[in-house]
Every structure is written in structure tokens, then in C-alpha cells.
Design a protein around this ligand. Structure first.
Ligand code: UD1
Ligand code: CA
Length: 429
């Protein structure tokens, strides 16, 4: 299973992810790699790809708002600082000290390419090992190559150099084969070449792409792998690119759910974040938004027009109907909330009926408070539960009631009115 432990020779791999850039073209105060696609920072997708390729140790080079990036990434990768943003070659050079005694291969990825296909990266690393190349890198044939480095080949098809967009001559601009920004290189050759890279006068940066030119001049073996789907090579440089990435990732997420037995009535109007879990035979109706950190059981019905926010946990057979919002809330099996309601910071049991228009007033202006609703409780239409409150098992809240702060409705009890009066037992009649 785990490529890192397998016998495929990838176990020794180290990965460097370049994530120091500001992302000037994003026109944002947020570092580029922390912009989210489907609720997940784009650099996290790149980390996933490194892991899938069998990388044992991953170094992330951070610079612009490096502390924010470090905080997001937690304790997994090793964070390396690039004090001055002097280009992609300088960024890789920052890792040299960490890999002084390392003799294996280094995989280099850019933190702004969230659509990378894990299989292609594995293929690239495999080809690199088998061919004994000094460097193997990923190319794509782009419909619109503008902005990317172009692949310059000689008459025999051998790679000569990567020419950056800004430096490309007119005829080179027409080259559709572009540099995706994924490289696998022998460690010693790589760091040797990096020392020889000269400053690009136009951009005042050291270009990582210049290693290719140097390897070519040395007569070293350079190999390439070309992705079949050029969309995988997308580098997110602008908000427009981010929207493209979001759409591609969303499509993939929805396809995976459908493959696993979740019904998505209308993929075009369904938005589900990365890493959400949904059980089989659950039906997601149109115009529904399910944000990150949500888990849904089997046979639930969600939507139309529902929004499930982070921290939601639904059991099996739960129904969340139209014009509803649920946030940081756990709901037990077969509970129904079918029309325009809001539950926030609630702990709801099983077989509960949440009547139309029920609202948990969870925020008192200072802090968020919890609402507890026991198994089999019945919350009448248009009720307001001012948290913290506790509604017992099989208790009833009459329609239009306001259950005020701190109240406890006992098991089987009843609460009616504004403010609600509480009776210990539910009258039978
Ligand atoms: C780069 C490549 C280009 C390729 C494209 C693919 C170079 C010189 N060019 O261009 O050939 O087609 O990616 O998407 O490498 N970064 C740092 N430190 C720096 C500068 C950049 O860590 O000093 C990081 C950025 O955060 C980013 C990555 O390196 O994640 C790529 O930098 P970016 O400025 O986006 O390069 P491109 O112009 O897109
Ligand atoms: Ca880029």
C-alpha cells in the first residue's frame, strides 16, 4: 500500500514544496498558497500529492507571511524559511543545508499547483529512477501557454532549456509545451547546478528552470513526462485561476461520491468541500452547500437549498430539508428538520422532529452556547431555543414558544408560550 515502504525504490524520496511567494497577481493580503479551493488551502493538495508519491520527508519553503503558512501546515512537513523572495532557484537552495548528507532524489513541487495528478507524479518519479536521468520534469501541452515556461527542444526532440514567458522570443511564445513545475532530480547534481545559476536581469530573480539549461550544457541526461490532461498543470496565479481549480476539484469530489453510492441529483448546483464524508444512499438535492469537516451517515436526505457548515455530524436516515442551516451540530439517527430552520452548537438526539422555523439562538453577543435536545423530542414550529437550554427526551416544545436561557425541560416535559412555561409532564389527551 504505502509506496514509501514498498520495494519500488521510492522510499528514499525527499520533496521540496515552494510556497514562499506572495502571489502578487492574486491582489490579496493572504499568501497565495493559503487560498482555498473547496474549503482546503491549495498547498494542502500539493502536500497530499507528495505523500502519495511516497515522499518520506517534505520540506515546505515559506517566505511571505511564513508564520501563517507554517501554522496552517502543522507538524507534518519541515518548514524552511526563504528570507528574501529571490526566485524559485533561491527557494530550493534554502533546503540545501537540510539535505547535505542526502544522496537520493529530490522531488520539487510548486505550492500553487493543486490539480497535480498523483499517478502522474509517481510515473515521473518511476521514469526518473529507471532512466537514471539527472533530472526528469513534467510538461503539459497547454491550450493557452501564456505565463508558463516553454519547453525548448532541439531537432532530435531533446530538451535544451525552459524559457520563461517573460524571456521568450516571438517564435518561442508559440510553443504549446509548458513547464508544470514538477521536477525530480539527483540531489547532488541539483544543488551543484543551483550554485551556478545566475540572476535573471529582467525579473531580478534566480530561476529554478535554468537548471535544465545547465544540465543540457553538461551533457547530463534530462527526461520529461507529459501529462495527458493539461488541466492538471494549472498554476494558480490569479483569482480566475483559483475559480478554475475550484471547479475541477469540485467535479472530482462529486464524481467520487457518486462512485461510492451517494446520489447527487444535480452536480451543477451542489457544492461539497474536500474531505467531507457521506454514507451510501444518502441523497443530496440541488442547491446544497456542504462545507469542510462535515460527516453524514447513510440514507440521509439533504436539501434542496441546505447549508451544512463545519462541525456537523449526522447519523443515518436524517433529513435536512429546504432553507436550512446547520453548524457545529451533532444529530442522531432519523431526526427530521425539513423546513427553514437553523441549528448551531446543538446536540440533537435520534427520532427528533425539528418543526418548521425552529431557531437555536446560540450566540449571546459574547459567546456561543449549546442547545441539547433529547431523543424523541418534538420541537413545534417557529420555536426559539435561547442557548444554553436543554430539552429532555420525548419532551415537547409548543409551536411559537421561546425557551429562554438556562431552562431545562425535563424528560417527557412540555414547554409552551413566550417566555415558555415548563410543565414536568406531557399531558395525555
Ligand atoms: C513557475 C516556473 C514556470 C512554470 C510555472 C508553473 C520558474 C522561474 N518558473 O512560474 O516555468 O511554467 O511555475 O506553474 O520557476 N516561490 C518561492 N520563492 C520565490 C518565488 C516563488 O517559494 O522566491 C514559489 C511560489 O510561492 C510558487 C512557486 O514558487 O508556489 C512558483 O512561483 P511563481 O511565481 O508562481 O512562478 P511562475 O511565474 O508561475
Ligand atoms: Ca505559478
Amino acid at each position: 500500500m504505502n509506496a514509501a515502504k514498498g520495494n519500488d525504490g521510492m522510499g528514499n524520496l525527499r520533496t521540496v514544496i515552494l510556497a514562499a511567494g506572495k502571489g502578487t497577481r492574486m491582489k490579496s493580503d493572504v499568501p497565495k498558497v493559503l487560498h482555498e479551493a473547496c474549503g482546503k488551502p491549495i498547498v494542502e493538495y500539493v502536500l497530499d500529492a507528495a505523500k502519495a508519491a511516497g515522499s518520506l520527508k517534505t520540506y515546505v519553503v515559506v517566505g511571505y507571511k511564513g508564520d501563517a503558512v507554517k501554522k496552517q501546515l502543522g507538524s507534518g512537513p519541515i518548514i524552511v524559511r526563504q528570507p528574501k523572495l529571490s526566485g524559485t532557484a533561491d527557494a530550493v537552495r534554502r533546503v540545501a543545508g537540510h539535505l547535505k548528507n542526502y544522496r537520493g532524489d529530490v522531488l520539487i513541487l510548486c505550492g500553487d499547483t493543486p490539480l497535480l495528478n498523483k499517478t502522474v507524479i509517481k510515473e515521473l518519479v518511476g521514469k526518473h529512477k529507471n532512466s537514471k536521468a539527472v533530472c526528469t520534469f513534467l510538461t503539459a501541452v497547454a491550450g493557452d501557454p501564456q505565463g508558463y515556461g516553454r519547453i525548448i527542444r532541439d531537432g532530435h526532440g531533446k530538451v535544451v532549456a525552459i524559457r520563461e514567458d517573460k524571456d521568450a522570443l516571438d517564435h518561442e511564445r508559440n510553443i504549446a509545451e509548458i513547464n508544470v513545475g514538477v521536477y525530480c532530480a539527483q540531489s547532488r547534481a541539483l544543488f551543484g547546478a543551483l550554485k551556478r545559476i545566475r540572476l535573471n536581469e529582467k525579473k531580478k530573480e534566480f530561476y529554478l528552470t535554468d537548471i535544465i539549461d545547465l544540465f543540457y550544457q553538461d551533457g547530463s541526461r534530462i527526461e520529461t513526462v507529459t501529462t495527458e490532461d493539461p488541466a492538471e498543470g494549472l498554476g494558480v496565479n490569479t483569482k480566475e485561476d483559483l475559480a478554475v481549480a475550484e471547479r475541477v476539484i469540485r467535479d472530482k469530489i462529486l464524481k467520487n461520491f457518486m462512485r461510492d453510492g451517494v446520489t447527487i441529483v444535480d452536480p451543477a448546483t451542489t457544492y461539497i468541500d474536500a474531505d467531507v464524508k457521506i454514507g451510501k444512499d444518502t441523497c443530496i438535492r440541488p442547491f446544497t452547500i456542504i462545507e469542510k469537516d462535515v460527516r453524514i451517515g447513510d440514507r440521509c436526505v439533504i436539501g434542496p437549498f441546505a447549508r451544512l457548515r463545519p462541525g456537523v455530524r449526522l447519523g443515518n436516515g436524517v433529513e435536512i430539508g429546504n432553507f436550512t442551516e446547520v453548524s457545529r451540530t451533532k444529530i442522531g439517527n432519523k431526526t427530521l428538520m425539513k423546513h427553514f430552520s437553523f441549528l448551531g452548537d446543538a446536540l440533537v438526539g435520534s427520532d427528533v422532529n425539528i418543526g418548521a422555523g425552529t431557531i437555536t439562538a446560540n450566540f449571546d453577543g459574547v459567546r456561543k452556547n449549546q442547545t441539547k435536545i433529547g431523543n424523541g423530542a418534538f420541537i413545534g414550529s417557529d420555536s426559539i431555543l435561547i442557548a444554553p437550554v436543554k430539552i429532555g427526551n420525548k419532551a415537547v416544545v409548543g409551536a411559537g414558544s421561546v425557551v429562554t436561557k438556562g431552562k431545562v425541560v425535563p424528560d417527557g416535559g412540555i414547554a409552551v408560550g413566550v417566555p415558555a412555561r415548563i410543565r414536568a409532564r406531557r399531558e395525555r389527551g
